[in-house]
Design a binder for this molecule. Structure first.
Ligand code: AMP
Ligand code: MG
Length: 395
């Protein structure tokens, strides 16, 4: 059997970062910046007022309280500015350019708020309530580096430096295909022997969670020819394909039957539980990577976490580091098969304990849904009593 680490290494050796493309800002959320972005101008571009108030020469405030005539009004966006002469003031709003001559802003709260003339009750030093040009960013300064994931605030600064389009590595487009003659869509009535397809929902959501775009393809039965037809039809829009089911040792294993003859997808036994049967390789002219995951719901999800998620990170141009494990004390005994690394479902608490959930079968989707972590039991360990410190992978 192949080790989990060897399988991941082989996956990552095949996966390539997606090529950068230029994208409209509106679509760039969740992508990875593929250029260093600098600002063409200083930010703020000009000295402006931090408060609503009065632009003054600070020297005029020596004998507080003082009364000054108000000679102009500057709103944010004003282009034409009248200079503030000695003994005068200009009413100014937040974000409005500071007029020439003025060296401080007196907040309206320190005055009587007058419009023709104003009584100022408190002195202000030079520079008071003025936001200086370039205080945030100098002209030509890099504001975001290549490799940054674009979240809401990163989108904000891209717009803030005037960009409409940016070079990014896009969110990987992932096609998810569930196979199984027993599967029907949720929302329909179950016939004898049927179950509702849950894997394609879990996997498509996990892809989105991991920063990809997912497309759920309708259920494919257990006919390898149908499966290949569907796969062919979907490849045009796929940077990656994930299938579930049809890869184990039984009869009616459409994914294995269809892909094995291609010679570009390997089906192997990986030393883990759940998720022992794994298929991985490339398909189509463009060598699109494909993960053929086992059908049991817990198996396909754990496989996603261990292998697909790192692959998506690499496709997005992000560094792939080993999963960060934490340590916790198990409150229940654990069992694991000899020679396989187990990923048991657990509830990790803030008190440093982890409780294995009831129902550790690889079909027990409800139990999985109550877990927030995977308890990792090494290959050479078969039993651990309650009270043991174990390694845990938070989900
Ligand atoms: P397979 O890998 O196709 O042999 O499927 C293994 C087990 O997982 C069987 O009990 C299937 O019914 C179940 N299974 C396969 N695909 C799905 C799916 N999309 N949703 C829920 N259960 C599934
Ligand atoms: Mg099946």
């Amino acid at each position: 059997m192949k080790s989990v680490d060897a399988h991941l290494a082989e996956v990552l050796a095949t996966i390539r970062p997606l090529a950068p493309l230029e994208m409209e800002l509106e679509r760039a959320l969740g992508t990875t910046l593929a250029e260093d972005v600098s600002s063409p101008v200083p930010l703020p571009p000009f000295d402006n007022s931090a408060m609503d108030g009065y632009a003054v020469r600070s020297a005029d405030l020596a004998g507080i309280p003082v009364t000054l005539p108000v000679v102009d009004d500057v709103a944010a966006g004003s282009g034409e500015l009248r200079a503030v002469g000695p003994g005068h003031t200009v009413r100014i709003m937040t974000g409005a350019p500071v007029p020439p001559g003025a060296d401080a802003v007196v907040p309206v709260e320190w005055t009587d708020g007058g419009t023709a003339s104003v009584v100022i009750n408190r002195g202000a030093a030079a520079g008071n309530a003025i936001r200086r040009a370039g205080e945030d960013v100098q002209a030509g300064e890099i504001v975001l580096k290549s490799g940054t994931v674009i979240g809401p605030t990163q989108l904000g600064i891209l717009a803030g430096v005037g960009r409409r389009r940016v070079w990014v590595r896009p969110r990987p487009r992932v096609v998810v295909i569930a196979t199984g003659a027993e599967l029907v869509e949720p929302g329909t009535t179950l016939g004898p022997g049927q179950i509702w397809d849950s894997n394609s929902y879990t996997l498509a959501a996990a892809v989105r969670h991991a920063g990809g775009e997912s497309f759920r393809v309708g259920i494919v039965g257990d006919d390898p020819v149908d499966f290949l037809d569907q796969l062919d039809a979907q490849l045009v829009r796929a940077d990656l394909v994930i299938t579930s089911g049809g890869v184990s040792m039984g009869a009616y294993e459409p994914v294995k039957e269809a892909l094995s003859p291609l010679g570009t997808v390997r089906f192997e036994r990986v030393a883990m539980q759940p998720g022992m049967p794994q298929g991985f390789g490339v398909v189509g002219e463009d060598h699109v990577p494909i993960f053929a995951l086992p059908g049991n719901p817990v198996s396909s999800f754990v496989s996603f976490v261990l292998f697909v998620e790192p692959a998506l990170r690499k496709m997005k141009g992000l560094p792939v580091a080993p999963h960060t494990l934490t340590r916790a004390t198990t409150v229940g005994p654990l069992r694991s098969p000899e020679g396989r690394r187990s990923y048991l479902r657990g509830v990790l608490s803030s008190d440093g304990t982890v409780a294995p959930v009831h129902g550790q079968g690889s079909h027990q989707l409800a139990a999985l849904a109550t877990a927030n972590s995977l308890i990792v039991v090494p290959e050479d360990v078969t039993e651990l009593p309650a009270g043991t410190v174990v390694e845990v992978l938070p989900l």
